[in-house]
Write a protein that binds this ligand. Structure first.
Ligand code: COA
Length: 282
């Protein structure tokens, strides 16, 4: 959505905290005491990332918040009690050809990079399913807080594709090749405690306390030197970015290749028709 279509306002509370909000079509953006809470708001599709949601994320991190040096940090969470983000929106997949799919993947990677390179800490408050693009979104954040019932996974091979928004690269960065390979190949979902054990998340908290824990950590970081914090984020990212682009490029091309297969059409159709996919290897 364009800038002038955003709904903006201020809510004054008796506690003297001023809440600003800027709502986009697919995002709710609230600001409380210098902390921005971005809520992916498509609960009817378990907050699946459609093209419009990516556009809103791009405007949010690339424009709306891009120059806000006055904020302490950002929390990303999902609307509703069931899901953080249940992946890319599979209903948009059926029209994709090889070139369009590679482009979709590259665009998603670039938008998640805005989050990974953001100048203030960005924390995922994972309140439910973080699957596919949802796990990839959480992994692009600097830290991850999981509610006790959160579930993580990269189920793309169930659909006959692979992760397209950096998941095949960041999962290895975060948990190492051994478990990353297993999760990517089996599409297994793991719970919050296993995600903690593997180093995929920083903390597990009771359901409903994910955002509060993320805010507590941002408040702590806000007491440190802001320039040092910004440079630390950049330094940690630099470890992975130097020479690391080839894997991301490989991923978006491979995403395009798999999207050109009959199996992918079958996998996406099977999901939408709520049946088991019948893959043929072509
Ligand atoms: N894209 C589009 N729609 C999605 C979606 C996605 N990634 N994930 C869920 N939805 C939709 C479902 O189609 C359903 O819509 P409907 O009510 O119109 O039928 C609604 O969200 C609720 O999902 P449902 O599958 O009925 O909930 P569930 O509790 O039975 O299962 C999940 C939850 C997360 C296990 C299941 O929705 C799922 O496997 N989602 C896809 C995960 C995935 O493969 N992500 C990677 C995509 S690349």
């Amino acid at each position: 959505m364009m800038n002038d279509e955003w709904v903006q306002g201020k809510i004054h509370h008796s506690s003297f905290i001023i809440h600003h909000f800027t709502n986009m079509e697919n995002l709710l953006i609230a600001e409380e005491n210098g902390i921005v809470i971005v809520t992916i708001n498509r609960p009817q599709a378990l907050n699946a990332l459609n093209t419009g949601t990516f556009t809103d994320l791009k405007h949010c991190f690339g424009e709306h918040l891009a120059h806000r040096t006055d904020i302490k940090g950002v929390v990303i969470t999902g609307a509703g009690e069931k899901s953080f983000v249940a992946g890319a929106d599979i209903s948009e997949f059926l029209q994709l050809d090889v070139a369009a799919a590679a482009q979709l993947s590259k665009r998603g990677q670039d938008i998640f990079l805005l989050i990974e390179r953001f100048h203030r800490p960005v924390i995922a408050a994972v309140n439910g399913f973080a699957l596919g693009g949802g796990c990839e979104l959480a992994m692009a954040c600097h830290l991850r807080i999981a509610g006790e019932k959160a579930k993580f996974g990269q189920p793309e091979v169930n659909l006959g594709i692979l992760p397209g928004y950096g998941g095949s690269q960041r999962l290895i960065q975060l948990i190492g090749k051994t478990k990353a390979m297993e999760l990517l190949l089996t599409a297994d979902m793991i719970g919050a405690e296993e995600a903690l054990r593997l180093g995929l998340v920083n903390h597990v908290v009771p359901v409903g306390e994910e955002v509060a824990k993320a805010k507590e950590i941002i408040e702590k970081i806000a007491t440190k030197g802001p320039v040092a914090v910004q440079k630390t984020i950049a330094a940690v990212n630099a470890f992975f970015e130097v020479g690391g682009q080839a894997g991301f490029d490989f991923e978006s091309n491979a995403f395009g290749d798999t999207a050109g297969t009959e199996d992918f059409k079958e996998g996406a159709s099977a999901f939408l028709e709520k049946r088991k996919a019948n893959f043929k290897g072509m």
